[in-house]
Design a protein around this ligand. Structure first.
Ligand code: 5AD
Ligand code: SF4
Length: 464
């Protein structure tokens, strides 16, 4: 099968000009590592766990590839553009390996390309997909012994990646993967291929980690999974997803619980009831729709129709507490007509989302939609994307403007270089930039009154 990005990889990693491998790069347990991450929050969190494994093995993390003996690149292949980044990085790394550095490719591109990466970029010593991270200690031992061809490419596992040590980037919000892989089969998506089948983590192990996080001072946790609400507790306790949410919210010290990404087909009323009954569960649901046309949804193998999706939205709109809703949309899927696209636009009018991530369809290797006829020209995809984004911009501006005058709780996560300016997230995951005379607010919860609004953020002032 020809892959759309092969040409680029070939150009950047052509073996004929390569001569660095014989230098025999070596690393040792007291080495240093540089880890760069691309892609989704699952990748970000995988990198936190990978860093934990390395730190507990005696490695030290450094800020630049120049300072590292081991360079790791955690990759994303959800769209072609994301996947291409690894190729340009590998081109840069070629020279670095000849300085005696060991280079590894982790994540979705590693899984997708497999051992071909060694053929095209012989200066790479480790190729490891996310389903094999639990074997990282063994793989590191092999690298330390000087092996130049270390792989972890199995996806036929029922295990999840749990580590003793996780090096978390954010001191207040902790990510926690509760379900790995994906058992859905959306026709455009590489995830079932690159991350393997769905595996849920044991509820007791999740709750133990949440208690540890609370002891460490984290007050917000975000439960992660490609289809987080498909969670199926493997223990005899068989906790439902909504029960797990409530149990996490009950851990002393936890003030905010988020979860992402939800799949519409598994989004049930008990999740909404849990959000209604427990204010520590955040009033925000990310529910990707992908298209407003039932015909396109069928071609995408999304397992629901437009009307079925709208029933889930209605369920949330009926909740006793307002719930912010965000989504993902793909434009230009093969066969998407102007009329189908209009249906996506009308869905935006109907739902009035609080946020939208929109993408041009990108054909991916190993996906069923790669072989579909009726491709949409790139310029047409761009046109549809621009129209969609403009419409959503208007909707967000209007929705945010309607919040002026209201007061929200914000977890302060940033301090501006401008004096007395801070920023943070509301429970509904809106960015709120605000003024305060307080000396130190980072990591605290404050009340902020909204005084202004734009499409992507709110402006306000600290209410003492
Ligand atoms: N092309 C474009 N967008 C995609 N997504 C997943 N696969 C593709 C693809 N092949 C989008 C979906 C998904 C989000 C994470 O990325 O909207 O929800
Ligand atoms: Fe990909 Fe669909 Fe699974 Fe989401 S639900 S990860 S889009 S296959």
């Amino acid at each position: 099968m020809s892959k759309p990005f092969d040409f680029e990889l070939e150009r950047l990693t052509r073996p004929s000009s390569y001569s660095g491998m014989s230098r025999g790069a070596r690393i040792g347990p007291r080495g240093t590592f540089f880890l760069e991450t691309f892609g989704c929050q699952m990748n970000d969190h995988d990198s936190e766990k990978v860093a934990g494994v390395l730190l507990s093995r005696g490695y030290r993390q450094v800020e630049t590839p120049e300072a590292a003996s081991l360079i790791l690149y955690n990759t994303c292949s959800i769209r072609e553009k994301a996947a291409q980044k690894v190729f340009s990085r590998l081109g840069e790394y070629r020279a670095k390996q000849s300085d005696g550095k060991v280079i590894g490719v982790l994540g979705c591109v590693a899984q997708q390309e497999g051992e071909q990466i060694f053929e095209r970029a012989p200066w790479v010593s480790l190729v490891c997909g996310s389903a094999s991270y639990r074997k990282l200690p063994e793989m590191l031992a092999e690298l330390e012994a000087g092996n130049h061809r270390v792989t972890g490419l199995d996806t036929d596992t029922d295990e999840t990646f749990e580590t003793e040590v996780t090096r978390r980037d954010n001191p207040w919000r902790a990510y926690l993967t509760i379900i790995e892989g994906c058992d859905k089969a959306c026709s455009y998506c590489v995830v079932p291929y690159t991350r393997g089948p769905e595996r849920s983590r044991a509820s007791d192990s999740i709750l133990k980690e949440v208690r540890q996080l609370a002891d460490l001072g984290y007050s917000e946790v975000q439960l992660l999974g490609q289809t987080v609400n498909s969670y199926a507790d493997p223990t005899p306790r068989k906790m439902r997803f909504s029960e797990l949410l409530l149990a996490v919210a009950d851990v002393p010290g936890i003030r905010r619980v988020r979860f992402t990404t939800s799949h519409p087909s598994d989004f049930m009323p008990d999740i909404v009831e849990a959000i209604e009954s427990q204010s520590r569960l955040c009033d925000h649901v990310h529910l990707p729709v992908q298209s407003g046309s039932t015909k396109v949804l069928r071609a995408m193998q999304r397992t629901y129709s437009r009307d079925e999706y709208l029933e889930k939205i209605e369920m949330m709109r009926q909740a006793k507490r307002p719930i912010a809703i965000t989504t993902d949309i793909i434009v230009g899927f093969p066969g998407e007509t102007e009329a189908d696209f209009e249906e996506t636009l009308s869905l935006l009018d109907e739902v009035r989302y609080d946020g939208l991530f929109s993408f041009k369809y990108s054909p991916r290797p190993n996906t069923p939609s790669l072989a579909m006829n009726d491709p949409i020209p790139e310029e047409e995809k761009s046109r549809r994307l621009a129209i969609l984004q403009e419409k959503q911009r208007e909707i967000q501006t209007a929705r945010n403007t309607a919040l002026i005058g209201q007061t929200f709780e914000v977890l302060v996560g940033g301090k501006s270089r401008r004096e007395n300016q801070w920023s943070g997230y509301t429970t509904s995951h809106r960015v709120l930039n605000f003024a305060s005379q307080a000396k130190e607010l980072l990591g605290t919860y404050v009340q902020v009154r909204v005084t202004g609004a734009g499409p992507n953020s709110l402006v306000g002032e600290h209410v003492a």
